[in-house]
Each structure stands twice: as structure tokens, then as C-alpha cells.
Write a protein that binds this ligand. Structure first.
Ligand code: NOJ
Length: 763
């Protein structure tokens, strides 16, 4: 029998070594005079057609990545490339293909301007890390930066020099499929995580051959699609825009993000791609962003369907005027921009500004010094799936896991988790348990299918006494370009076998949730239950064995209210990436004490959505006994699991809250956290403020600080938070940041609903 020993040094030391190895000091990429001089010099030599070419980005549907979507497209793209009418491409795979295209740009065009190679490097390239929402649950900025660093190392080794990440859209609606790609519902946490990812991708020297340009996307409001339906209308008030949606973008710009992607949605009546207020006034004006803006895929041409532009020519005019610098796959600039400039409809200065921005990024990446710096096939071979990367992916996956429930199953108070390594009979049930693909998530175009360690493989390393049954199968469909996989919605023929193995086992591990391809872009849902027949399967198994550990693998919050009521142990594992099974097994068998905290509220019912912790109060908050207060008649207002929530195999208490408000611009909050349990573990102490009264109403609570630390049993730590104007102020409805005097409540605790509070008055 292997003994349970939780040693801090074992995993923390490895991880620190890994971070030390990969993390770089705060970056110092700045526009410097030498680069500006080279940009201006090149610009002077360019014809109008060549300038417009730089503003054009094509998807790599040359024969190198697959068939052209339309007949003739590949040939036209090649022709354009040879004429210097392409500035960037996306989705070109592998150093050989990158080199071939780069050679055309460098050797065959008049000025030899190298191409940018963009790619959706979202949570890993070959080695896959957990989906971004999962990583966000770690609240571990160093680990998240390390994950992006490794993604950049592998992607750059494969020829890529630009990622379309991080997505910093704040999301409050779990129905929206892309919640998996962001950092959840909170702008404070979202800003910190966005910056960590940018630092990881870009490092401190963008011209190094293992750093890539990052993209803050989607500017702006994409996460607020009405009813959670992807690409849908966004209509938000100024307070939400300035205080919730924009802060992570501002933080990205302040941390030198090289590019920003606009979005598909209409924001308050104006499509983002044609939105001058967002792009020219806020981003390039107020915030002085000096990188470039890329459109989203076809977001220009979609302005015709939005009813904002008559035709492609108008698309080009409106986008260029509004400040969208590069056109991804709308063919608008390459077709019409030259003519628009010649006819005086678009000013040449706007073109020059856009081209300078694009060239600046190319110079910063060092592409003019060595256009093939990312095309080293030996490096590619050496670095992808490097053992250090897989070790880091395992660490990150463990850090992402959130323990949602671990209740006592006996009168002696014993919990199901962690499982004893004593060869008790274990049933493993669920199609996702034996699957090596879903764990990679839906944004995994660079990785290899079926390359994850399955949950079953992970668990088998701990026990030989395992019986597996699918219970409900996967249904696999595939269009030409897109994978479609669902959990079976009708077939219950495998239930019998599952119930049988459950009946004959001491404990049951049920691995249920959403397949990776049931979340992500274009995968919105109207329900937040366990899809397909999984809920029925869970209930059938429960009838014969109540000792169930439910392992959830999903890309969004789920309303698992029945499971919360009946199932004794629930573990949220998200889609954990390449090391899925190993990470989950280490948590289940206690070799890792989970410490993840939810970055997004889990609702009790889909009807409560959007449900988020930092909402405003109403004039009728209740709870009251009569009818006329803000509530539902069939469900509580409360979430199932609140923002910031997550358990551990140990317990922490909070005491001694001390507030020192002597200096109003530097308020110190201290609190003591003690590990009162029997195991060592990590905790994330979270600080929330409530601005009790202000000139515009403020949320009931707002996260303004967090600290993650490790405590041995019995050990205590004093944690200090500083509150400055940046934490205590807010944006008024004119977008001006203001701080006001008044009373604030401070709460420090283990999640957004549980903690100890104090007050101070800001003079
Ligand atoms: C559309 C997505 O919205 C965007 O995030 C992505 O980067 C582009 N497609 C390119 O794949």
C-alpha cells in the first residue's frame, strides 16, 4: 500500500523551478526610436497597393493546410502574396509551410516585407493546458503566465509569431459557449489573468525566437451577447462598459499587448469593427495603444448583415475610418481600399497610421532581421511535448481543479475524498472517463487528437481493482472543417452495464459533463444541465450505490442542483488538457490537495442566468415574506456555488481583521488565516469591498485583492492587502475615473459569500 504523504517541497519546488526557468521579468517592449525610424523609412518606399497589402490577412487555405473553401481562392491568395498584397496569414501549420510562405513574401515581393503568422494558441499548442476558464480557477498568476510561456515556446518552435489570445472578455452568461476561453465574470481577476497571459506569450523580449505577439480580444463587449447566443447583439450601459468590460483591455494595453482584435458583435447599435468610439477614441486615443487592431474573421463583411454597410466597399471605408487596421478574411481592404483612397473617401493618413502600426509589430518581433527565426525544424522537434512542458501542464491541471463538495457519508464523519489507496473496488462510469480527446477542449487546433491521458488511465495508476462502464456514449459527427461531438441524447442501452458495475463496487467515480466540442465558439446552449442522458444515468446509478464521486469535465458553469443535493463528492475538473487523467487521479487519491476557486458563479437553474456576484442591489432586495420584492417564485436568488468558491481537504479559518485607514490612498487590511485541518494545503484569501453609497450605484461586492498561500496543518499566516484609489474608485458614466469619500465595507474570506468583515470611512 502506498502511503499518503503530502510534501510541500515535492510539487512546489518543481513548480518554482519550472517558473524560474520560463518566467521572465516584466517586459519592456517599447516603441523605440530606432524602430520608428525603420518603420518610417520603409513606409516612404511603399506604394499604396503595398500599404493596403499589409492591412490584409488571409487564412492559410493554400494547399499547405487543406482545400480552399471556394474554388480559385488559393490561386488568388498566392497571386496576392507574390504581389505584396498580404501582410499576415493565419492557420498555417508547421515550420516547413511557414518557411515556404515566408520565402515568397521575402524573396518574391518588391520590398520583401515578412509576413506575420497568426494562430489561435489559446491554452497550449501541442502540450495542452486546461481551458482558460479552468486555468483561471487556479487564481495562480505565476502558473498561468508559465502556461502561456510554454504555449509560446511550442508555437514559436512551429513557426508561429502571433497568437490570438488572451480572450479577456468578461462573461456572465454560462449559456455562451466561449466562457471556456476567458477568465470568468470578474474584471479584477480577469485583468490580472489577462496580463499574466500576455507576459507569458510576449516575455520581456519580443524579438527572441521563443516569444510571440499577443492579442487582447474581442474588443469589445463580445461576452455580453444577449441570451448567451454567440455573435448576438450586445447592448450595455456605460457603467457596465467602463467598469466591467473595458478594464481587462486597458490592463492589456498598459502591459504592452501588441495587438487587439475587434469583435463580431454590435455594441449599442454599432458593429465593433466599424466602431470609431471604441477603436479610435478609447483604444488608440485615450489609452494611447500603439500596436494594431485586427478584425475578427469576417467581422468586416458581416457589417452588411448587421445592416450597417451596404456593400463590401462600404465595409472597407467604415472599417478603415473606424480604426480597424487589419482585415481578417473579409477581402474588403484588398478589394476596395486603394480605390477608396484614390477617390478621397479614405484619407491616406489613416492608411499610413495603420501600416505603421503593423510594421512596428513586425520590427518588434525581429522579423526584418531574420524572417525565418521561427522556422527551425530541429527546435520544433525538440520542443513540442517536451517533458518539462508536460510536467507543467500536469501542475496547472491540478491547480485548476475545484472541489465543489465533499460531505460526510457516515455518522463518524468520514468523507469520500480523498480516496484510500487500499484497492477497494472502484467503478468508473461515463464516456468521458475513457476519452483521450475531450479533455483537450475545443480550441486545440495545434494539438494532436486523442493525445490526453484519460481519466481511466490516470486512475489505473492508483488501483488495479477497477471496473469500467460507459453508461452513455459519445456521438461523433464531423463537417469538413469542424468537429462535432455530443454525449448521446437518447440511447440508454448502456445503463444496465453501468448500474451493474456500480452495484458491485465499494465506490463509484462518475465522469460526466460536456465533451470539449460542446463548448467554445458557436457552441451556446439553452440548458445548463448534464447534456444527453447523463443526468438519468447518474440517478440510475445512485439508486444502487450512493458512494458516488462526480468528476465534472465541462467548459462552463453547470446547474447541477440535483447532484449537489444527493451526490456526496463533486470535483470540477474542467477540460484539463494533455495531463487530464493524471491530474484528476492525483486529486482523487489525495496526492494533491485541491485549491481551485470558481472564477464564475454556478447557478441553481439556467433561468437565473446571467447570475454573477458583483451585481447591483435593487430597491427591493428582500428577502421578505410577501410577494413584492426582487425574487423568483420558483427558485432562490442564490447561486449553487458562488464566485470564488472551492473546498480543500483541509479547513481554513479567518480571524483578526485589522483595517488601517490612516492614509486614505493607502489603506491596509490585514487578516490571519489558519489551517485548522489535518492536511497541508493552499488557500486563496479574497478581499471584497462594498462602496456603500456613491454618485452611481456600486455593486454589492467587488473583488479587489487576492493572495494564494500554502499552510501546514496548524500553521497560520497574516495576509496583508493594500487598497488604493485604483481599487476604491470607479468610472462614471462619462468614462472618467473618480474616487469619492464615504463608507466602505471590507470582507476578506474564502469565497465571495463567506468571510469576516470590517468597515472604514474614506475621507
Ligand atoms: C474567430 C474567433 O472569434 C477569434 O477569436 C479567432 O481568433 C478567429 N476566429 C481566428 O481563428
Amino acid at each position: 500500500m502506498r502511503q499518503f504523504i503530502f510534501k510541500r517541497p515535492a510539487y512546489i519546488v518543481t513548480f518554482i523551478v519550472f517558473l524560474f526557468h520560463f518566467s521572465l521579468p516584466a517586459q519592456t517592449i517599447k516603441t523605440n526610436e530606432a524602430i520608428e525610424a525603420r518603420v518610417n523609412d520603409l513606409l516612404r518606399k511603399m506604394t499604396l497597393e503595398e500599404k493596403v497589402g499589409q492591412m490584409n490577412q488571409y487564412n492559410g487555405f493554400w494547399e499547405v493546410t487543406g482545400p480552399a473553401p471556394k474554388e480559385g481562392t488559393a490561386k488568388q491568395k498566392y497571386d496576392h502574396l507574390r504581389k505584396g498584397m498580404v501582410g499576415a496569414v493565419l492557420n498555417v501549420k508547421g515550420t516547413e509551410n511557414v518557411r515556404r510562405l515566408q520565402e515568397i513574401a521575402v524573396k518574391e515581393t518588391r520590398l520583401g516585407i515578412p509576413l506575420l503568422f497568426g494562430y489561435d494558441v489559446i491554452h497550449g499548442q501541442k502540450t495542452m493546458f486546461p481551458i482558460p476558464l479552468g486555468e483561471a480557477a487556479s487564481w495562480d498568476l505565476g502558473a498561468i503566465e508559465g502556461s502561456a510561456r510554454i504555449a509560446a515556446i511550442e508555437a514559436s518552435a512551429m513557426g508561429i509569431n502571433w497568437t490570438f489570445a488572451p480572450m479577456v472578455d468578461i462573461t456572465r452568461d454560462a449559456r455562451w459557449g466561449r466562457v471556456m476561453e476567458g477568465a470568468g465574470e470578474d474584471p479584477y481577476l480577469g485583468s490580472k489573468i489577462g496580463v499574466a497571459r500576455i507576459k507569458g506569450f510576449q516575455g520581456n523580449d519580443l524579438s527572441a525566437n521563443n516569444t510571440i505577439a499577443a492579442t487582447a480580444k474581442h474588443f469589445a463587449g463580445y461576452g455580453f451577447a444577449e441570451a448567451g447566443r454567440d455573435y448576438n447583439t450586445v447592448d450595455v450601459g456605460t457603467s457596465t462598459l467602463y467598469n466591467i468590460i473595458l478594464p481587462p483591455f486597458k490592463a492589456a494595453v498598459d502591459n504592452n499587448v501588441q495587438t487587439v482584435m475587434n469583435s463580431f458583435n454590435v455594441l449599442n447599435g454599432i458593429p465593433a469593427t466599424g466602431n470609431k468610439f471604441l477603436q479610435r477614441d478609447v483604444l488608440k486615443g485615450d489609452w494611447k495603444f500603439n500596436g494594431f487592431i485586427v478584425s475578427d474573421w469576417g467581422s468586416g463583411i458581416e457589417m452588411i448583415d448587421h445592416g450597417f454597410a451596404n456593400d463590401l466597399k462600404e465595409v472597407a471605408e467604415l472599417s478603415a475610418r473606424a480604426g480597424s487596421d487589419m482585415d481578417m478574411e473579409s477581402y474588403a481592404y484588398v478589394t476596395h481600399l486603394k480605390e477608396l483612397v484614390e477617390s478621397g473617401k479614405v484619407d491616406m493618413s489613416l492608411i499610413d497610421d495603420a501600416v505603421k502600426r503593423i510594421l512596428r509589430v513586425k520590427f518588434q518581433l525581429g522579423l526584418f532581421d531574420d524572417p525565418y527565426r521561427y522556422c527551425d525544424a530541429v527546435r520544433e522537434k525538440e520542443l513540442i511535448y517536451h517533458p518539462d512542458h508536460l510536467a507543467a501542464a500536469l501542475e496547472m491541471a491540478k491547480r485548476s481543479i475545484v472541489l465543489l463538495k465533499n460531505s460526510n457519508t457516515t455518522s463518524q464523519g468520514s468523507q469520500l475524498l480523498p480516496l484510500k489507496k487500499d484497492q477497494q473496488k472502484i467503478a468508473v462510469i461515463g464516456a468521458l472517463a475513457d476519452d483521450k480527446n475531450s479533455a483537450l477542449g475545443s480550441w486545440r487546433i495545434g494539438s494532436d487528437d486523442n493525445s490526453a491521458v484519460s481519466v481511466l488511465e490516470g486512475i489505473k495508476k492508483y488501483s488495479a481493482n477497477i471496473k469500467y462502464a460507459k453508461g452513455a456514449d459519445l456521438v461523433i459527427g464531423k463537417t469538413d472543417f469542424i468537429n462535432e461531438v455530443k454525449i448521446n441524447e437518447t440511447d440508454k442501452s448502456e445503463f444496465k452495464a453501468a448500474v451493474q458495475v456500480a452495484r458491485n463496487s465499494d465506490v463509484v467515480i462518475m465522469v460526466l459533463g460536456e465533451h470539449g466540442f460542446q463548448t467554445g465558439e458557436g457552441r451556446s446552449r439553452t440548458k445548463l444541465d448534464l447534456p444527453g442522458v447523463q443526468q438519468q444515468l447518474l440517478e440510475e446509478v445512485y439508486k444502487v450505490n450512493k458512494k458516488i464521486i462526480l468528476v465534472l469535465m465541462n467548459g462552463r458553469p453547470l446547474a447541477i442542483t440535483w447532484a449537489d443535493k444527493y451526490i456526496p463528492a463533486i470535483v470540477e475538473a474542467w477540460q484539463p488538457g494533455s495531463q487530464c487523467g493524471n491530474a484528476i487521479a492525483q486529486v482523487l487519491f489525495g496526492d494533491y490537495n485541491p485549491a481551485g476557486k470558481l472564477p464564475m458563479t454556478f447557478p441553481r437553474s439556467v433561468g437565473q442566468v446571467p447570475l454573477y456576484y458583483n451585481h447591483y442591489n435593487t430597491g427591493r432586495p428582500g428577502p421578505k415574506s410577501e410577494v413584492f420584492w426582487s425574487h423568483y417564485s420558483d427558485e432562490s436568488n442564490k447561486p449553487l456555488y458562488p464566485f470564488g468558491y472551492g473546498l480543500s481537504y483541509t479547513n481554513f479559518t479567518y480571524s483578526n481583521l485589522i483595517i488601517n485607514d490612516a492614509d486614505p490612498s493607502n489603506i491596509k487590511v490585514r487578516v490571519t488565516v489558519t489551517n485548522i485541518g489535518k492536511r497541508a494545503g493552499e488557500e486563496v484569501a479574497q478581499l471584497y469591498i462594498t462602496d456603500k453609497m456613491a454618485s452611481i450605484v456600486r455593486p454589492v461586492k467587488e473583488l479587489k485583492g487576492f493572495k494564494k498561500f500554502f499552510l501546514q496543518p496548524g500553521e497560520a499566516i497574516e495576509v496583508e492587502f493594500i487598497l488604493r484609489d485604483t481599487e476604491l474608485g470607479f468610472f462614471d458614466n462619462n468614462g472618467k475615473f473618480v474616487t469619492e469619500p464615504g463608507e466602505f465595507v471590507v470582507m476578506v474570506g474564502t469565497n465571495s459569500q463567506e468571510g469576516i468583515s470590517g468597515m472604514f470611512a474614506r475621507k
